[in-house]
Design a protein around this ligand. Structure first.
Ligand code: NAI
Length: 251
């Protein structure tokens, strides 16, 4: 049976790969992006998000929150698009989602650099993007990106609890470096050398379809007992690094 799934960030990279995979499997994809999408919406603008929610008629089987901006953007935009927009969309759409539906939010392995504990994250969630951007620790776009995804990971847990009684699962996917248009921005914000070392360790960067297939799995019934999880999809980079520290670098 064809499912109705909203995909944000559907115009490019991982979101476009996901839309393609879902459509090929017979699902009806509702794409949302600032350009080249069925629903045009600037996710920095709460009023546009609310209009997009209102524009979606009928029930949804899934919501994939893929849109995001890298650390080359300004901190306010980073918190608006990466943290606040996914929450506002998901919370606004929950009443339009079927029992058994799923939400997947795309985070990042760099969320691990966010030093906030869960209680601090919950306190930060109440702030506006402008307030978030001026918190201690947010010194540039790179740190804003790390915190934005750390806050998103915590929200996934809170949302899993909040939507549990509705029968909606909520999970996160955390990619490592993936060959999409924003990889160049990550080279600027994180550093070319850092990404080159990662690429050397795993042999290559990931492809958008390799993240899309994990999101697709989490959206579907085969992942019915996975809830509130963060799935790292980084070609093994973090495991290789962690193991290399104690047993030596791989040959
Ligand atoms: P991309 O740049 O190819 O796609 C991002 C999409 O989000 C674009 O279509 C863009 O138009 C949309 N978007 C950005 N700001 C928007 C706004 N204000 N309103 C509406 N749409 C907006 O990048 P990619 O790689 O596909 O990124 C997808 C997600 O994956 C992001 O959340 C990113 O943080 C995450 N990610 C990507 C990694 C990578 O190496 N490519 C690594 C880790 C996480």
């Amino acid at each position: 049976m064809s499912r109705r799934i909203l995909v944000t960030g559907s115009a490019s990279g991982i979101g476009a790969a996901l839309a393609e995979q879902l459509s090929s499997a017979g699902d009806h994809v509702i794409g949302l992006d600032r350009h080249d999408a069925e629903i045009l919406c600037d996710l920095t603008d709460a009023a546009q998000i609310d209009r997009a929610i209102a524009a979606i008629a009928g029930e949804l089987d899934g919501v994939a929150l893929v849109a995001g901006v890298p650390g080359t953007a300004d901190p306010e935009t980073i918190f608006a698009v990466n943290t606040m927009a996914p929450q506002r969309l998901a919370e606004g759409l929950a009443s339009k989602m079927r029992d058994g539906a799923a939400i997947v939010a795309v985070s990042s392995v760099t969320a691990a650099r966010c030093p906030l504990d869960p209680a601090a994250c919950d306190a930060w969630q109440a702030m506006t993007p402008v307030q978030l951007a001026s918190q201690p620790g947010i010194i540039d776009g790179k740190t804003a990106y790390e915190y934005s995804k750390g806050l998103l990971n915590r929200w996934v847990q809170v949302a899993a609890l909040r939507f549990h009684s509705l029968g909606i699962r909520v999970n996160g996917v955390s990619p490592g470096a993936i060959e999409t248009p924003i990889l160049r921005d990550f080279e600027i914000s994180i550093g070319e050398e850092h990404l080159a070392r990662a690429e050397q360790m795993t042999g290559r960067h990931g492809r958008p379809d390799e993240i899309a297939s994990v999101i697709r799995f989490l959206l579907g019934p085969d992942a019915g007992w996975i809830n509130g999880a963060d799935i790292k999809v980084d070609g093994g980079l973090h495991a290789l690094r962690a193991a290399g520290k104690t047993v030596g670098e791989p040959a």
